[in-house]
Design a protein around this ligand. Structure first.
Ligand SMILES: [Zn+2]
Ligand SMILES: [Zn+2]
Length: 243
């Protein structure tokens, strides 16, 4: 089974190593770039961000939400706002367009390199049942591509030991309750005293990343960061709307 997964990944990489069309708009590209210049300009890259949670801010400095309550990781960074073409790409990826992991990894690699040196990439895990349903593990796939570009190893230290309810309709408090204790950390030797980076597709309320970061801290991680493809802008920084 492992061999077939490996083969599939190498095939995808080979198949998509020479890009002839833009991954976003589908128009022809000539330099082999994955995203054409016009789309690069249009995509919602996060350029000005809170140094703690990495969410887009309008004014330099720590955002109002982090001043009230800091996320568990030492720092979180995301490449795009979760809207428009960026949100669509993430959805397409999760629906099974696995090769998009290569595109995302290319965008995330410079951000990862800007973190203090990391020892391991830890993908947010899914349960065996969820994996069977989706057919592939999207965060693992993303972490692997990122590892190929940066040389930081993937350590599958986290295991999701029970299914959690869909988070979408839950408030922040309900999300925390829903997630409490759902991650188990194995391979503790590779976590203890190390600087680790959690990899996920989207940073929404941050409840999942917080829960995993807490588990990694308890397992002795020296520093915990998180890196995601997209992040939702905090529209309710004063906690008016819980979620
Ligand atoms: Zn394009
Ligand atoms: Zn913040």
């Amino acid at each position: 089974m492992r061999f077939f997964i490996w083969l599939r990944e190498r095939w995808d990489a080979l198949d998509h190593s020479h890009n002839f069309t833009c991954d976003v708009c589908g128009r022809e590209v000539f330099g082999g770039e994955r995203i054409c210049a016009a789309c690069k300009k249009r995509l919602p890259y996060i350029r000005k961000f809170c140094p703690v949670c990495g969410r887009r801010v309008r004014e330099e400095g720590v955002c109002a939400a982090c001043k009230q309550r800091r996320p568990v990781p030492d720092a979180v960074r995301s490449c795009f706002l979760h809207e428009g073409d960026a949100a669509r790409l993430v959805r397409t990826f999760k629906r099974g367009e696995r090769w998009l992991a290569i595109t995302f990894a290319e965008e995330l690699a410079p951000i990862l390199r800007a973190f203090p040196a990391a020892d391991a990439l830890i993908p947010v895990p899914m349960t065996a049942r969820a994996l069977k349903k989706r057919g592939f593990d999207q965060t693992l796939r993303l972490a692997k591509e990122l590892s190929r570009l940066t040389g930081v190893p993937v350590v599958q230290a986290a295991v999701k030991q029970r299914e959690t309810a869909a988070q979408k309709s839950l408030t922040r408090h309900e999300r925390e309750k829903n997630l409490a204790g759902c991650f188990h950390i194995r391979l503790r030797k590779e976590v203890r005293g190390r600087a680790v980076v959690i990899i996920d597709d989207t940073y929404t309320t941050g409840a999942t990343v917080d829960e995993l970061a807490s588990a990694l801290r308890r397992a002795g991680a020296a520093a915990v960061y998180a890196l995601t493809v997209t992040s939702v802008e905090d529209k309710f920084p004063f906690g008016k709307k819980d979620g």
